[in-house]
Design a protein around this ligand. Structure first.
Ligand code: NI
Length: 181
C-alpha cells in the first residue's frame, strides 16, 4: 500500500523554496550518522521544502539531508510519475520489513553510477512530518527501496557500501575516471 502526503502537508505554501548544492561522494558528511531533529521549527520546514525543490531539480526520487550538507535525520521522496506527491519524513525508523528484492540503485551524490542492491521488498516506517506530527507509511516496490536508501543515508551508509568487495573495487576504478571535476 502506498500512502502519500499531499504536497501541502509536506511543504507549506508560504515557503519560498531554493535549490541547494548537492554534496558529492566522498564528502565525510555522507558517512556520518545524522543527528535526531529535536525541534520542529520553521528552519526544519524550510529545509524540507528546499530539499523537495532540490530533489525535483536533480530529477531524483529521494534526497536525504546529509546530501545537502545538513547532518540531521530528514529525508524527502517522491516516486510518483507526476512528481507531485512529495513525502518529508523526520527521525524515521523502520518498524516492519518483509520480503527481499534486488533493485538497481543510483544516488544523486554518486552521479552516473548504478548498482544492484538487496533490500527488503516492503517496509513500514514511522517518523514525523515537518510540523512534528507522527506518521507511519507502508511502502513497497520503488518507494520501499527509496525509503531504505534514504534512511541508510541518515546512518552514513551509501548504496555502494552494500556491494560486494569485487563490485566496490570496480566502482572505485569507475569513479576515479568518471567523478565530477
Ligand atoms: Ni542516495
Amino acid at each position: 500500500m502506498l500512502v502519500l502526503l499531499t504536497p501541502f502537508a509536506c511543504v507549506p505554501s508560504w515557503v519560498v523554496m531554493s535549490v541547494l548544492p548537492l554534496i558529492i561522494y566522498p564528502d565525510p558528511v555522507l558517512t556520518r550518522r545524522a543527528a535526531e531533529v529535536t525541534e520542529y521549527s520553521s528552519e526544519v520546514r524550510k529545509l524540507a521544502a528546499d530539499m523537495v525543490e532540490t530533489m525535483y531539480h536533480a530529477d531524483g526520487v529521494g534526497l536525504a539531508a546529509p546530501q545537502v550538507g545538513v547532518s540531521q535525520r530528514v529525508f524527502v521522496a517522491d516516486v510518483s510519475t507526476e512528481r507531485n506527491a512529495p513525502v518529508c519524513i523526520i527521525n524515521p525508523i523502520i518498524v516492519e520489513r518483509a520480503g527481499a528484492v534486488q533493485w538497481e540503485e543510483g544516488c544523486l551524490s554518486i552521479p552516473g553510477y548504478r548498482g544492484m542492491v538487496g533490500r527488503s521488498a516492503s517496509v513500514k516506517i514511522a517518523g514525523f512530518d515537518p510540523s512534528g506530527n507522527p506518521l507511519t507509511i507502508e511502502a513497497e516496490g520503488l518507494q520501499a527501496v527509496c525509503f531504505q536508501h534514504e534512511i541508510d543515508h541518515l546512518d552514513g551508509v551509501l548504496f555502494i557500501d552494500h556491494l560486494s568487495q569485487l563490485k566496490r573495487d570496480l566502482f572505485r576504478r569507475w569513479w576515479a575516471k568518471h567523478k565530477p571535476a
